[in-house]
Write a protein that binds this ligand. Structure first.
Ligand code: ADP
Length: 515
């Protein structure tokens, strides 16, 4: 199965995935950012509302006290006004210091005591701060004045008295010498959560504690009508915590976003890797099929050729006939090994291969199959040395599986024997807990970087010397599987140009736990 045509679809899907990941990332971060700034706006707005309400309350307390001034507008004449003032003067609310009645030129009609000095005071200190023509008549106006370095607050009502041609100014002077007394009742509830400060034009603190560097959510507003020379400032006490909380939230959101992006990207990477693996396996399988068909073709051609020669009576003397028959036999053996390998491998792939273990002598099995291999070795011009330690203990193994292991190792020893030292040594000996089968050749050897992979399915070296030799890349993976199934293990020691030694070990039966 070729995967041509798929890559473009895959690349298309990859592009879509990357695009949507990036878009999603951008959208999410924008959304989170917007949400945060919306939250900030809400917090600032609620603080601004709080300030406006507080200023309103402060002003209201003055405006309430101003209310009785309007009573004077309905009085019939000047004596009634003066009489009303005299009685009001005796019961002034605590925040009011004095009541005055003046003419616009500064002459004082009430109180009658110290009228001259009061008149002087108004003319010198107050009137210069007043724009008389901007005072709306019949309405209470306010003057927030700094007099002799102290702040005063005056309520002013410009009005006319029936029967009088003059215009009068009714003045109520407030006692604001102690701003704490003035503002504390109003801001008391806020002080728990907010820092509050009232400053004047010159930035002097009038009330509260100075707020150091204006931070986030800091709000300041001027008193609109009464104490208009003062600035009201408010800042949440937990600004630091709010900022910390915001930073944490930002960090958490960022981390979550990054984590999700990493997740998506790693999932994509996994798909990418598994797809590459799939392509690799498919290629390997294709090569495997090519190799197997090729490996079958050669022995079949030889068998066909030599059997035809025999049938045609070409083998006149016995030694030629024997030679032809030997070739036919060797090629049949080779095909049998190949077919067995393919079948067993197919079973193994489908998870069907089972070994049936029995107590046996490994040397017996090995020697029997070596005998059958003799002709092939001779034909391949290989010399064989066999050494068997006498009295080898038994193992638990499967005869067919063991034969396949041995034949594959010998087959490889022949295939990769090279030109020079065409020799293979088979040794059987025991170790403390094992019976060991060693198959050593003196051929081309294996590159160190390929050693960990030679037992992988379909692995074939890229070495040109290996590529010249026919092979399917399933022999050793099958050997490893069969050895594992018999509770053994397999190792290889090899160096390029010096040959390879395959060491297969099976547990000695006397070392196995009694079952
Ligand atoms: P095949 O021999 O059909 O290619 P195997 O699974 O038997 O497949 O072997 C896998 C690979 O291991 C071979 O292609 C070869 O590169 C390497 N190899 C196996 N046995 C030997 C050996 N005796 N000497 C050198 N290389 C070997």
């Amino acid at each position: 199965m070729k995967l041509t045509g798929r890559p473009s679809l895959f690349h298309f899907a990859t592009a879509i995935l990357l695009f949507s990941t990036v878009t999603l990332g951008l959208l999410t971060s924008r959304f989170v950012g917007e949400k945060e700034s919306a939250l900030e706006v809400t917090l600032s707005q609620s603080n601004m509302r709080l300030v406006a309400q507080t200023l309103e309350r402060a002003e209201q307390s003055v405006l309430q006290t101003d209310k009785p001034l309007y009573d004077y507008l309905s009085l019939p004449d000047l004596p009634a006004v003066l009489e009303h003032m005299a009685s009001a003067q005796s019961s002034l609310p605590p925040q009011v210091k004095h009541l005055y009645l003046l003419e616009l030129d500064g002459s004082v009609l009430f109180p009658s005591e110290h009228a001259d000095s009061i008149s002087r005071f108004f003319r010198r200190k107050i009137f210069p701060q007043l724009q008389m023509d901007r005072i709306t008549p019949l309405n209470v106006n306010h003057l927030h004045a700094a007099v002799d370095f102290r702040y005063s607050l005056y309520s002013l009502l410009k009005f006319q008295i029936p029967g009088e041609a003059r215009t009068f100014l009714l003045v109520q002077e407030y006692d604001i010498s102690d701003p704490d007394k003035l503002f504390m009742p109003i801001v008391q509830d806020l002080l728990k959560n907010y820092q509050i400060c009232i400053r004047d034009y010159e930035n002097n603190v009038v009330f509260g504690t100075p707020i150091p560097t204006p931070r986030k959510y800091f709000v300041e507003q001027r008193f609109p009508n009464t104490f208009y020379k003062w600035l009201f400032q408010l800042s949440p006490r937990n600004t630091f915590e709010i900022e910390q909380e915001e930073a944490n939230r930002r960090l958490f959101n960022g981390a979550l976003l990054a984590f999700n992006l990493v997740l998506i990207l790693s999932a994509w990477l996994m798909v990418f890797v598994s797809r590459r693996e799939e392509i690799r396996l498919t290629r390997q399988k294709e090569e495997f099929i090519r190799n197997v068909s090729h490996e079958m073709k050669t022995p079949l051609a030889l068998i066909k050729m030599f059997s035809e020669l025999l049938l045609m009576g070409r083998g006149k003397d016995e030694s030629t006939r024997d030679e032809y028959l030997g070739i036919i036999n060797a090629e049949t053996e080779r095909m049998t090994l190949l077919i067995n390998n393919v079948l067993d491998f197919a079973n193994l792939e489908r998870g069907l291969q089972r070994v049936s273990l029995e107590e046996l002598h490994l040397d017996e099995v090995v020697l029997k199959h070596l005998e059958a291999f003799d002709f092939r070795l001779k034909k391949e011009n290989m010399s064989l040395t066999v050494s068997v330690e006498p009295g080898l203990p038994c193992i638990r193994g499967d005869r067919n599986a063991l034969a396949l292991v041995l034949l594959n190792l010998l087959d490889n020893a022949i295939k990769y024997a090279g030109e020079k030292n065409r020799r293979v040594d088979v040794r059987l000996y025991s170790e403390e807990k094992w019976v060991v089968l060693s198959v050593r050749d003196y051929g081309i050897g294996i590159l160190p970087q390929e050693l960990p992979r030679i037992f992988d399915k379909f692995f074939r070296s890229d070495n040109i010397a290996v590529r010249k030799v026919r092979g399917s890349g399933i022999g050793l993976s099958l050997v490893k599987y069969l050895v594992d199934a018999q509770k053994g293990d397999i190792r290889v020691e090899s160096a390029p140009g010096e040959g390879s030694t395959f060491l297969v070990r099976f547990p000695r039966i006397d070392a196995l736990p009694a079952s």
